[in-house]
Each structure stands twice: as C-alpha cells, then as structure tokens.
Design a protein around this ligand. Structure first.
Ligand code: NAD
Length: 258
C-alpha cells in the first residue's frame, strides 16, 4: 500500500529500466516520487515509464550510459528542466563478470570498473552538484554483499563493489562537512534472480546446482526479491533517515551474518 513517503520529490535511477532498478522506480513512483529512468536500454525504460504512468505515477525515460561524463551533465540538466529538481539519486547500474583474480582479462576488469565504479563516481559527483544548491538530497549507491565479502570467481566485481562501499563513505563525509544536507549511503544485496544473475549462472557448468547452493547460503531459506532491495532504497530516500549518512544497508537474508 502506498503511503506517499516521497511525495513532491524527484528521483533518478540509473539502470532503472530492468531488474533491481525497475523495482526501485516502481516503488518510488508508488510512493509519490517523480521518477527519471536512466538506462542504456531506452526501449525498456520507455516501456516502464508508460507502465508507471498508466498506474497513476509520473516517470520519464532518459538515455544514459553511466560511464559517459558528458552524458551525465546532459541527463541531469534534462531532469532538472523536466521535473524542476533532483532529490533522490540511485546509482544502481552495474554489471558482473565471472572470472577469478588469476583468469580475469584486463578488458573484463576495465568493463566492470568502468560501469560499477566510474559510473557511481560520475553519478555521485553529478548528484552532489545538482543537489547542493537545493539544500539537500539522498544519494544511494548500489554495492553488494560482494563489496563486503569475496568470492573466488568474481574478482573484478568484488573490487568494484568494495570501491563503491568506501567511496560512498568519502562522499558522505564530504557532503556532511560541507553542510550540503546531502546524505550518501550504500545498499548491499545478496543474490536476486535478475538477468545479471541468471546470465552469470548460465556461464557456469551446473546452473541448477549453483541456484541450490546460493539458496542454501541464505539462512532465511529463500532468495531476496527486487522489491526487498527497493524498500531499503526507499528507507534511505526518505527524510525519515535524515541523520543516516555513510552507512551500509545489507539485504541478504542473513548471508553474511554467518
Ligand atoms: P540487471 O542486469 O538485471 O539490470 C541492470 C540494468 O542496468 C539494465 O537495465 C541495464 O540496461 C542497465 N545498464 C547496464 N549498463 C549500463 C550503463 N553503462 N549505463 C546505464 N545503464 C546500464 O542487473 P541487476 O541485478 O538489476 O543489478 C542492479 C544493480 O544491483 C547492479 O549494480 C548490481 O551489481 C547490483 N546487485 C545485484 C545483485 C543481484 O543478485 N541481482 C546483487 C547485488 C548487487
């Protein structure tokens, strides 16, 4: 049930067209936010914007590659012009590659770093510049439990998400000390069955065994759903968390508590 926790706010979600980002866009719109869906997949972004509008919400799709510095300026300017401000930014776009520290190619390493870490840096910087003149905002960076613990076959992904985790704290401290009223926090999901995970599983010799294995690693006995992560983002997006900055919210069914 919607409670309008984001009424009057504008949110930009990168990688918002599909997967976890799409769930964030739907929930923020249900809670009253005007939503900018920023993604390289403009067709899916447009389809989601239409779906949200048909459900009574406000959303627009924007073409954004998060690795493109100039495109960030253009997109944020367009969102400010279309919606009149920016209050919530979720740097959610990300990719994964299955490769160990011994086997990872430099091309894969750079692809992961470029989207997962450069993209979050460029987004956070653009968000700070847009929000500081308005007296505040909430920036939420999508890390992972793999930004906290390692896995032998996700070397670049672990490095990028660990980078997001601590970059977020640096940005949070900068904004707090500057008196901008901008909070910067990170969210750390475990495995969720989006295209990212099903695509990675398909590269493994035993995808069904992999699925059984990851469920077994969740003490709560089930995998998380995209909406579980969206609710953590909603919590950080709201003014209710005005004193929370530089924190990590883990959404993992107890995975890393063991
Ligand atoms: P997904 O592959 O289902 O969706 C990713 C979205 O990002 C897609 O819409 C894609 O078009 C978009 N995207 C990819 N590259 C982009 C770019 N350069 N610029 C803009 N958009 C781009 O992935 P997901 O599972 O929804 O993952 C979303 C985020 O959550 C990622 O940062 C991921 O690392 C993180 N995460 C996912 C899981 C999981 O199990 N699914 C777990 C922990 C963290």
């Amino acid at each position: 049930m919607a409670t309008q926790r984001c009424a009057g706010k504008t949110a930009l979600v990168t990688g918002g067209a599909r997967g976890l980002g799409a769930a964030q866009c739907r929930l923020l719109a249900r809670e009253g936010a005007k939503v900018a869906i920023a993604d390289i997949d403009t067709q899916a972004g447009q389809a989601l914007a239409t779906e949200i509008a048909q459900a009574g919400g406000a959303a627009r799709a924007y073409a954004l590659d998060v690795t493109d510095e100039a495109a960030w300026d253009k997109t944020v300017a367009a969102v400010l012009a279309d919606f009149g401000g920016l209050d919530i930014l979720i740097n959610n776009a990300g990719i994964a590659r299955i490769a160990s520290a011994e086997d990872c190619t430099l091309a894969d390493w750079r692809a992961v770093m470029s989207i997962n870490l450069d993209g979050v840096f460029l987004g956070t910087r653009a968000g700070i510049r847009a929000m500081k003149t308005r007296g505040g905002g909430s920036i939420i960076n999508m890390s992972s439990i793999y930004g906290i613990v390692g896995d032998s076959v996700t070397a670049a992904y672990n490095a990028s998400k660990g980078g997001v985790r601590n970059f977020t704290k640096s940005a949070a401290l900068h904004c707090a000390k500057s008196g901008y009223g901008i909070r910067v926090n990170s969210v750390h999901p475990s495995f969720i069955m989006t295209d990212m995970v099903t695509g990675a599983a398909a590269c493994l010799p035993d995808p069904e065994g992999f699925l059984k294995d990851i469920i077994a690693r969740h003490p709560i006995g089930r995998l998380c759903e995209p909406e579980d992560v969206a609710y953590a983002c909603l919590y950080l997006a709201c003014d209710e968390t005005r004193n929370q900055t530089g924190i990590e919210i883990v959404v993992d069914g107890g995975y890393i508590a063991q």
